[in-house]
Design a protein around this ligand. Structure first.
Ligand SMILES: [Zn+2]
Length: 432
């Protein structure tokens, strides 16, 4: 299999520097000084507006052959998006940093690994319109180009509708083998499956599932100053917490241990399949307008949100699959079923104990936004039978908290704190 094409600078610094690097450098962005001969490198990304047409051009490196330059595209409605899936390609500059014409038809762009062997680019349209995506073969010493045209609708015209291929519709399921234009794709990520007797007699170990929020094409919240992104931070944190929790008595499973996208509904499913005793999802938020909002928070699921900030956060977190260009299928039916089983009181009671235990430790160590456990309709917490909480570790939009979360020493202490809260809950409330 081909390498990930990420050029790792030579690090001669200490371990701290390596940790900082892992958190701060967005993957899939090539070394900006070099890369002329790298196949599958997007050297330039231009967006222009000409009358009623907004054109996005991806210029690939000269070394790019037909093999790397394979793509497929589709549109998604409400909100209107264009999704282009490539094989493993690299961007010299991150698409979300490209300036978009203010009156054009594109209002946002992002790209990242969607699953092994697939890099996804998602384009947010200001409104639905005509869409065309086509390739221009290499010529005159230039590599191939991919052009995305967004054109304003004329009277009587309907928006372009290119439905997603079947294998990407039902998110959470393994993708079908060999879609038409992307051949020999590596096997999909197989979520960790643990076979054990759930609920029959005494068990030898407690199973904890830790969920690093976001990942791959979905960077989560990113801070303005240090460009610290949630997906890297949460991944490092689940690994640190795992180190501190793992023992003869506690088995720890991660929903992801690399920079990969996992659809929201798949995350609680991993916990259910593992027969988990508890599920903890880690996040770090930004507030869109208020830089003074700060403090860690512990959430449980509920249809009614504790306060406006809790409701805002849950809806921002729940929108992540939309950001990642996932087509939702049969979602409402599934959510309904889960809500019915949510009345299972035991799970909610246990979630409360778990949430309080973690919040208590957090309150002893750092600033918390509220001294109560908060409630909101987080989709990732909707396991009917696994006590589940979501920990917002702080606000990356608050300068002081951004500084703290950017500090490796603070992150280790925070991991100690979260692990201690989980361990106390296990000792007092899980019978095994
Ligand atoms: Zn998040």
């Amino acid at each position: 299999m081909k390498n990930l094409l990420i050029r790792w600078p030579v690090l001669v610094g200490c371990v701290m520097a390596i940790v900082a690097f892992a958190v701060f450098v967005p993957p899939l962005v090539g070394n900006s000084n070099d890369g002329r001969d790298e196949p599958g490198l997007v050297e330039d990304l231009r967006v222009g507006k000409d009358g009623d047409r907004t054109r996005i051009v991806l210029q690939f490196s000269e070394a790019t052959t037909e093999k790397e330059f394979q793509f497929r595209w589709f549109t998604l409605p409400e909100p209107a998006r264009v999704v282009v899936d490539f094989k493993d390609i690299t961007f010299k500059n991150s698409p979300n940093l490209v300036k978009l014409p203010p009156d054009g038809l594109a209002k946002g762009m992002r790209a990242g690994r969607f699953r092994p062997g697939t890099v996804r680019m998602v384009l947010d349209q200001t409104k639905a319109g005509r869409v065309n995506v086509f390739a221009i073969p290499p010529r005159g010493g230039q590599g191939p180009r991919l052009v995305i045209d967004l054109v304003e609708l004329k009277k009587g015209q309907k928006p372009t509708n290119v439905p997603p291929p079947e294998d990407v519709v039902d998110e959470g399921k393994a993708p079908a083998v060999s879609p038409r234009r992307i051949e020999d794709e590596p096997a999909p990520v197989v979520p960790p499956v643990v076979t054990r007797d759930v609920g029959t007699g005494p068990r030898d170990r407690v199973v904890v599932v830790l969920d690093a929020g976001h990942g791959g094409v979905d960077p989560g919240a990113c801070s303005k100053i240090a460009k610290l992104c949630e997906k890297g931070l949460t991944l490092e944190m689940v690994k640190l917490v795992r180190e501190r929790l793992r023992s003869d008595k506690i088995e720890v499973i991660l929903t992801r241990d690399s920079d990969v996208f996992i659809p929201l509904p798949e995350r609680p499913r991993i916990a259910q399949r593992a027969g988990a005793d508890l599920f903890v999802s880690l996040h770090a938020d930004i507030h869109p307008t208020k830089r003074d909002v700060k403090g860690a928070t512990v959430y449980m699921v509920s249809e009614k949100a504790s306060d406006r900030e809790a409701a805002r956060l849950a809806s921002a977190e729940n929108d992540r699959d939309v950001m990642a260009g996932v087509a939702l299928a049969n979602e409402s039916k599934e959510v309904q079923n889960i809500l019915i089983s949510l009345v299972q009181r035991d799970t909610l009671n246990s979630s409360t104990y778990l949430a309080r235990s973690v919040l208590k430790e957090l309150g002893n160590f750092t600033e918390v936004r509220k001294h109560d456990v908060l409630y909101a309709g987080f989709r990732v917490l909707k396991s009917p039978d696994v006590p589940s909480i979501l920990v917002e570790m702080g606000y990356l939009s608050n300068p002081a908290e951004e500084r703290k979360l950017g500090d490796a020493g603070y992150r280790k202490q925070l991991a100690d704190t979260i692990a201690k809260g989980i361990r106390n809950y296990v000792q007092n409330h899980v019978h095994y």
